[in-house]
Design a protein around this ligand. Sequence first.
Ligand SMILES: [Zn+2]
Length: 149
Amino acid sequence: MSRRKTRPARPARPAPSAPAVTAESPCPCGLPAPYGACCEPFHTGPATAPTAELLMRSRYSAFVVRDEPYLLRTWAPATRPADVDFDPTLRWTGLTIEATTDGTAFHQHGTVTFRARFTHAGTPGELHERSRFARHEGAWVYVDGDFLD
Ligand SMILES: [Zn+2]
């Protein structure tokens, strides 16, 4: 994968804790489409997610494939961290969108409530969050979120 710029000349072998996602793989975000026709065009650009929900899905997929530049450029400048720490023992295993408010082509803000499943050092867990999104220079960006029970 061209995004893995830190592993240039090695033979194609997935990192131990990062699943190999190819353009033909089912998209990590859970939509019934291959990655190459779903979230990858947003990751590689210049396509941008047209709704807050699709941005949320593409950011989840970016965590799966460890696309730090995409995560940073889809983070609101006011809340954007300097970098993204990918925990090598954490593996994302699935995303369920529970609810959305606004966040369409007609809105400037939106929320997405989701459950993101993972294993951390082999132990399964789940992140339940309501995330806030806003438009920045026309494109949807992640602002922040509240953890839910
Ligand atoms: Zn996707």
